[in-house]
Design a protein around this ligand. Structure first.
Ligand code: AMP
Ligand code: GLY
Length: 425
């Protein structure tokens, strides 16, 4: 029996909690800080994801065996290193890489250098700082539009800017480097070649030596129908990705996944946790757009329900460096997720709107993202992305139909969602 603490409060963390709660080997399940959904399957602890001291107390008090880190911020801040450096905590397994390896997500430049070093296909690039601004302009002049500028560090999903106009690209570069548009995160900027193609994501769970492939997925990041408008955390997801043929997946495995795991080993970088490969298909070849050191959200809400195996077994195997003996069983059906968001999101929005209709949902899964309970014990909105609905189907279209039937039943003031998830497939 294992006692588990999940760090985070989104739909991803609810999906992981929901899945772990089905394991017969689960002892007690805690989620910090969690949401109104995680409370149904475990115990929420009112501790922030970066409050390492608070997390330590909770781990010792509740005799936690495994900590699963949902979001990137505590990983990039070094939560795993914090555990390893503490005599009381070092026996506790942490699923999520140490700070150095988390740079695969935390530093675009680190990730690009890693990919180039290990011959992993990615867009050509150069990186610049305030001192090499002029060289940055010259590099932009050599590229064809559109221009892709990436703040090196974490910028809450807003650090990538794509522009058609050369002068606008130069102005953006100046803004990022000299005016610190994204603070410290843009003190270095990666400029890279624009890649044109369909995007998808693959996920593995690794103990640093071996890995298991999780189901792949495609997410929809823009707020507007037809993929226009501002970037969000993600408005919906489809798993598996229909265009990802066995042949294409084999290329991903050979050229991206294996080279990444081998590259980590060659570089002497230990890694325990999820790796998220953000990919784009160019001329039927996979290219890596980004790494994340965690699962995606809302991809997790479509991916986790398709895993038939006991997820707790997989985490225990990861903790014990024993993934080579693990087999993962996947449901062949499609799963689709639609995210309901607060009115105004991803710009300003209000919290505290009462959510109704969840009990009337049938034949779909409801994963809470930004929800909490008010004083009257009603479930209310508490974030931009509020609730994800996931359904199965023989193909993604059937799964989507079912999802939308139930999305219509859940109501709150200002509710918004995309009606066109999967439109490009
Ligand atoms: P990232 O934060 O690195 O995932 O980038 C956000 C989004 O920008 C990606 O999902 C892509 O849609 C787009 N993007 C990033 N890099 C490129 C590129 N080299 N070419 C085209 N689109 C890109
Ligand atoms: N949905 C994209 C992400 O989690 O980064």
């Amino acid at each position: 029996m294992s006692n588990i603490l999940i760090i985070g409060s989104g739909g991803r963390e609810h999906a992981i909690a929901w899945k772990l709660a089905q394991s017969e080997k689960l002892g007690n399940l805690f989620i910090a800080p969690g949401n109104a959904g995680t409370e149904e399957v475990g115990t929420n602890l009112n501790i922030g994801v970066s409050d390492f001291i608070g997390i330590k107390k909770a781990v010792l008090q509740n005799k936690i065996d495994i900590v699963i880190v949902g979001p990137e911020v505590p990983l990039v801040e070094g939560i795993h290193d914090f555990f390893l450096a503490d005599d009381d905590l070092k026996k506790v397994a942490v699923i999520g890489p140490q700070k150095y390896a988390a740079q695969l997500e935390g530093s675009k430049e680190f990730a690009k250098k890693f990919m180039i070093r290990h011959d992993i296909p990615t867009a050509a690039y150069e990186s610049f700082t305030k001192d090499s601004l002029e060289e940055g302009y010259v590099f932009l002049e050599k590229l064809n539009p559109p221009y892709v500028l990436k703040a090196d560090g974490l910028a809450a999903g807003k650090g990538v800017v794509i522009l058609e106009d050369l002068q606008a690209a130069k102005d953006e570069l100046t803004d990022m480097l000299t005016n610190e548009k994204f603070g410290d995160a843009s003190s270095t900027v990666v400029i890279e070649e624009f890649l044109d193609g369909l995007e998808m994501s693959c996920f593995v769970l690794t103990d640093g030596e071996n890995y298991v492939n999780l189901p792949n997925a495609k997410d929809y990041k823009r707020i507007g129908e037809g993929d226009v408008g501002l970037n969000t955390g993600g408005m919906g997801a489809v798993s598996p990705v229909p265009f990802a043929t066995d042949e294409f997946l084999q290329k991903i495995e050979d050229r991206v996944i294996k080279r990444t795991i081998d590259g980590l080993k060659k570089d002497g970088i230990s890694y325990k946790g999820f790796i998220f490969f953000g990919l784009i298909r160019v001329n039927n070849e996979p290219m890596v757009i980004e790494y994340n050191c965690r699962m995606g959200d809302p991809e997790t809400e479509a991916v986790i329900p398709r895993i038939k195996s006991d997820l707790l077994d997989l985490f225990v195997a990861t903790a014990n460096n024993d993934l080579k003996n693990s087999i993962i069983e996947i449901d062949n059906r499609s799963a689709t997720t639609v995210m309901m968001v607060a009115g105004g999101y991803p710009e300003a929005y209000e919290n505290g709107k009462v959510i109704t209709g969840i009990p009337s949902v049938e034949n779909s899964l409801v994963f809470h993202a930004g929800t909490t309970k008010n004083k009257q014990n009603e479930i209310v909105t508490n974030g931009g992305r509020v609730i994800a609905v996931t359904s199965f189907g023989d193909d993604f279209k059937k799964a989507l139909e079912q999802t939308y039937v139930n999305v219509d039943k859940i109501k709150f003031e200002g509710k918004n969602f995309r009606t066109d998830i999967g439109f490009d497939l």
